[in-house]
Design a protein around this ligand. Sequence first.
Ligand code: HEM
Length: 141
Amino acid sequence: MATTISNTDSRTIRNVRVKANFERTAFMFMRSSGIILVILAVGHVMLQLIFNNVHYLSVEFVAEQWSSWGWKVYDMALLVFALTHGINGFRNVLEDYIHNRGAMKVINILLVIFLVVSIVWAGYAIASADPAAMDAAALGQ
Ligand code: HEM
């Protein structure tokens, strides 16, 4: 699939066909995940730190949230989008400075491993979190 971009400037009109490839998809992902993160990340900060109040943020508060699967899914979505967006953005920054293709290939493989392990590990931790056990641990029982 190729996209046609029109330059509507009155002096120059040219059509550029951008081929679908990994970099284009990654670029589109940065833009769309940015919109999703406005809801997920800003919502997270507002709820946890402002409406709840940073002084009352505790293990018990998170345990109460995670007694609902809705909040677990919200937090897992935040994990997936923030981490993927952040790691891909980090890759973009590194590619601006590291011009050795072999070194970038090794770094990209390490970043993918880090991304997948982190999402699976943290996602499993959220999914399997037991609110009653969290409350007991917070009370030192
Ligand atoms: C409200 C939340 C966020 C929004 C709206 C947002 C939006 C964006 C946008 C639009 C870009 C530029 C994409 C492009 O044009 O190439 C970007 C790049 C980037 N973002 Fe985010 N982002 C958010 C949160 C985050 C978070 C939580 C992280 C880190 C975990 C992060 C790390 C980065 C990095 C490293 C880049 C690449 C910068 C570069 O290429 O120089 N962003 N973000």
